[in-house]
Design a protein around this ligand. Structure first.
Ligand SMILES: Nc1ncnc2c1ncn2[C@@H]1O[C@H](COP(=O)(O)OP(=O)(O)OP(=O)(O)O)[C@@H](O)[C@H]1O
Length: 574
């Protein structure tokens, strides 16, 4: 239950009769400030860790306003290790004694693995050595970045009643039928050690999305500050799954190595002080583990577990944001906005069978990268961090509204029934497929309030009912509009088809006509040619007949001419 404090924008609005001063939200689970990190792990993501060890994908987000405890939830402190070190610890316990030591099998693209040659293995080893060489011996379990805060600030942080609200966007996949039943049980601590001869290799990556660019946090820092870090590209593999190209994947064997990598990555992470948090994270950081299950020298499966520490959602005026910080805030808010839009569109598509809203996964790097998980290839959980600080009330309310929308994505789909549908839930374009639409029955789509006696509802509940009815009416209108458009499109298509067919017929007839004219023309031409030839021959024959002189007459004439000539020459001589 959120009650707007005096002076907050929400309270001011409600005093003017717009909106309510109190809001009620429902979450999967709520944890108070007394909750330990171990309890949080047990009650939230433990089941996802066991699924990960069983070969499925998992994604955890920590979300909330700046300074609400997101980084604390994910990383924790040396005394209170957060979710990430606990997941790593559980994984190493699970694969203990069954680690695949050779580094010749490495994750490739999003879900594949590749076999490395001797030179590539050498490169992998030297990349790992280069990272570890930058550390002196690490003592202790886990060391985060700068946890020491100014004394005034530490007082404030003690007063913070940081809560973790957990909800999950569960789109779980069925267990592979080949899995032995022993893997489904969860004794101490998360999943029992596997039976059989399988071995496991754990590879990790750590990157951040800062100002909509992806940077590898396991890349050695640049020597010169003037040089710009190289951003990495988000690409798609043949199956349409996204992956970060040229991202460093490091093979780790124990918690000490994991701890060093985390320290290395955290040093590279873009954190800058805002007015509200001295070590505020200005980027979304994503730590991903890939577990390769290997039989002999063949990779049987690759499962992925990502923990995403989102940058704080914030309004610019509160956090004194200028220049570079302002640009960061814009990018942070934009990617969170897109995340919100995707979740809202997913929810809308699930609640309205006729709706097929566009889901803007591609509009931000964050959602593009995790599209597959949202679309059924794994299970996503959102851990919402809030604090009771009155000055961030309006932002916190915003966070809660967003999370409430995310929560509804889960409520519509019973996870068990989803299992058989999950792989077909959403197409590559992010649109939900027919399977899900037809799965939801009319009754499931009717809210309880449709059947309730509304007169007994308090005013704010009535407003909610009105709001929901308004939304339904709008959805209905939109549905009708879509149907009308579809009919128009169908008619247009049919007319176009008809036009194209008649056009084809016409051009075929033209062609035939042309051919027949051509033939007739050629025949006439031949006829004329023959006639001309005949005429020319006749003329020639006539000429021959006219000019004909019999031979005897010709000879006599010749002789006569000769005599004449001789006589003439004699006269001239004398
Ligand atoms: N549950 C908790 N118990 C004790 N201290 C906490 C708790 N949650 C947060 N803190 C402290 O509050 C301060 C702010 O927390 P943190 O840096 O995790 O916030 P954040 O939400 O990640 O902020 P940003 O988004 O700005 O990075 C830190 O000093 C952290 O140690």
């Amino acid at each position: 239950m959120l009650h707007a404090p005096k002076g907050s924008a929400t309270m001011k609005s409600s005093e003017r009769g717009i909106g309510l001063p109190s809001h009620k939200f429902t979450f999967s689970q709520i944890f108070g400030p007394e909750t330990t990190q171990a309890e949080l792990f047990q009650d939230t993501i433990k089941s996802q860790v066991s699924e990960f060890l069983d070969g499925k994908n998992a994604l955890i987000f920590s979300y909330g306003v700046t300074n609400a405890g997101k980084t604390y939830t994910i990383l924790g402190t040396p005394k209170e290790p957060g979710l990430l070190p606990q997941v790593l610890d559980a994984t190493f316990q699970y694969i203990a004694g069954r680690q695949y030591e050779a580094m010749d099998l490495k994750p490739y693209l999003r879900n594949d693995a590749q076999c490395l040659g001797p030179d590539q293995i050498k490169q992998e080893r030297s990349a790992k050595t280069a990272i570890f060489a930058s550390f002196k011996e690490v003592s202790g379990f886990y060391i985060t970045n700068n946890w020491s805060l100014p004394s005034t600030f530490s007082v404030i942080s003690i007063l913070l009643l940081t809560c973790h609200l957990s909800l999950s966007l569960s789109l779980s996949l069925p267990l592979p039928p080949s899995l032995p039943p022993s893997l489904c049980r969860l004794p101490h601590p998360v999943v029992s050690s596997p039976l059989g001869s399988s071995q496991f290799a754990l590879w990790v990556s750590y990157f951040e999305i800062y100002n909509e660019s992806v940077y590898d946090l396991l890349q050695p820092p640049l020597c010169s500050k003037s040089k710009k870090r190289a951003g990495l590209r988000v690409c798609e593999d043949a199956a349409g799954d996204t992956y970060v190209r040229d991202l460093k994947w490091i093979h780790i064997k124990n918690m000490e190595e994991a701890c060093k990598l985390l320290r290395f990555g955290n040093r590279n992470r873009s954190a800058a002080a805002t007015k509200m948090n001295q070590s505020s994270s200005r980027s979304h950081s994503i730590f991903t583990m890939k577990l390769l299950k290997i039989d002999g020298s063949t990779v049987q499966r690759v499962s992925e577990f990502s923990l995403c520490d989102l940058a704080g959602s914030e309004r610019c005026n509160k956090t004194n944001t200028f220049g570079e910080r302002l640009k960061e805030a814009g990018n942070i808010n934009n990617s969170l906005l897109i995340l919100g839009k995707c979740i809202t569109a997913l929810r809308n598509n699930q609640t309205d069978r006729m709706k097929n809203s566009y889901i803007p996964f591609r509009e931000s790097k964050l959602t593009k990268l995790f599209q597959a998980v949202f679309c059924g290839k794994g299970r996503a959980s959102l851990i919402v961090n809030i604090n009771q600080c009155a000055s961030t009330y309006d932002e916190t309310l915003h966070v809660m509204k967003f999370s409430a929308a995310a929560k509804q994505v889960v409520q519509v789909i019973p996870a068990k029934s989803l299992e058989s549908l999950a792989p077909r839930l959403v197409g590559r374009d992010g649109k939900p497929l027919e399977a899900l639409k037809s799965y939801l029955s009319e009754e499931e789509l009717l809210d309880e309030e449709d059947e309730a006696d509304m007169s007994i509802l308090p005013q704010n509940e009535l407003l909610n009912v009105i709001e929901s009815l308004r939304a339904k009416l709008l959805a209905e209108r939109r549905k009708n509009l879509v149907q009308e458009m579809e009919i128009r499109k169908e008619m247009g298509d049919a007319m176009l088809q008809q036009l194209m067919e008649s056009e084809e017929l016409r051009s075929r007839q033209m062609e035939e006509l042309k051919e027949s004219y051509q033939e007739r023309l050629e025949n006439t031409f031949d006829m004329y040619k023959d006639a001309i030839k005949e005429h020319a021959y006749q003329c020639a024959m006539n000429r021959v007949e006219d000019d004909y002189v019999p031979v005897e007459e010709f000879i006599a004439e010749q002789e006569n001419a000769e005599v004449q000539y001789n006589r003439m020459s004699h006269i001239s001589d004398s």
